[in-house]
Design a protein around this ligand. Structure first.
Ligand SMILES: [Zn+2]
Length: 316
């Protein structure tokens, strides 16, 4: 038996064929090319599924279903994509549309939730509960409780990025102020770094980005701190304070056995993980307990999205 996962993003649509060892054995992708009709995008997906099957000597009968991680609310009951504003849609009946084109059952899930599920299932973690915190353009999240993905009453759970960290704080893309992602996302760290560069012509950031602040990435700031640059060290210190505040609150609410940190910022590796573990441990309510959530870096990178979509609703 095989699974097919599709990571439906605003920039590209990536499909992967997954075998029983939870490994992506073949993949294909196309540009999303927003805006265009959903029918055309579904046609592309159906073609990608057929391509992958043909290339591997398989037929539709070899697939359990096709799973799609979508960049919006994924209504698992109706099969609708809701509030898909970044794709140019308000509400579309996506599952019936793709099922008709494919002649196969289709399942959908929110992309961040699917990525959390993929990381959990394919990462083979022994823990029965996990929070995934993805530090990218925003902060994405996913909640695994008792080995199941929790998507919430309205299928919009795990929006960790829009938990308030500072009331009346800096504006967030969601319309509120002081959200976790306005301080803890890669976007936020890059903005903090550029702000610092404007005030400090001596920081190593100028060298590391070749004199162009637009080239600064989250990892650049960690590299600068590692090299001993005072401005970068201050930025990383403050940034990991924000992250630890947010993650400690999540741990206090869910008491997960595992917190998995992914996204672009996680490429900083131990330079991120070491201060984050120390600061979080000091802040959590159960800090004096004999055991507390293990914090690790995600292993699967972008593959988690395809794997999680492919295995939506399957046992861990
Ligand atoms: Zn927000």
């Amino acid at each position: 038996m095989y699974w097919m996962g599709i990571d439906f993003g605003g920039t590209s649509i990536a499909a992967g064929l997954v075998d029983e060892t939870k490994t992506i054995i073949d993949r294909v992708s196309v540009k999303t090319r927003v805006p265009r009709p959903i029918e055309e995008m579904a046609d592309d997906m159906a073609e990608m599924v057929c391509t992958l099957l043909a290339r591997n000597g398989l037929s539709k009968a070899d697939l359990r279903f096709v799973g799609v991680g979508v960049p919006c609310t994924a209504n698992e009951e109706t099969g609708h994509m809701e509030d898909a504003n970044n794709l140019g849609f308000d509400d579309v009946a996506f599952v019936p549309l793709l099922e008709e084109k494919l002649g196969l059952p289709v399942r959908i899930g929110n992309d961040a939730n699917a990525a959390a599920w993929g990381e959990y299932v394919a990462g083979d973690y022994p823990e029965s509960s996990m929070l995934m915190v993805t530090l990218g353009t925003g902060i994405g999240g996913g909640i695994i409780l008792n080995r199941k993905l929790w998507s919430g009453y309205n299928f919009a759970a795990g929006e960790f990025g829009h938990m308030t960290l500072c009331m009346d704080g800096v504006p967030c893309t969601c319309g509120r102020r002081g959200c976790f992602e306005a301080y803890g996302s890669a976007t936020a760290l890059i903005a903090q770094a550029r702000h610092r560069m404007a005030a400090d012509k001596n920081t190593i950031l100028w060298q590391l980005c070749g004199g162009d602040p637009m080239q600064v990435e989250a990892k650049t700031v960690f590299d600068g701190a590692w090299a001993g640059d005072a401005a970068c060290m201050a930025l990383v210190d403050r940034y990991t304070d924000y992250l630890a505040e947010g993650i400690a609150s999540l741990i206090n609410i869910f008491q997960p056995a595992l917190v998995c940190v992914g996204g672009g910022v996680s490429r900083a590796g131990d330079k991120l993980l070491t201060p984050l573990r120390k600061k979080t441990a000091e802040k959590i309510y159960s800090r004096n307990a004999g055991r507390n959530a293990r914090i690790v870096l995600a292993q699967l990178g972008n593959d988690a999205g395809i794997l999680g979509a492919a295995l939506l609703g399957e046992d861990s």
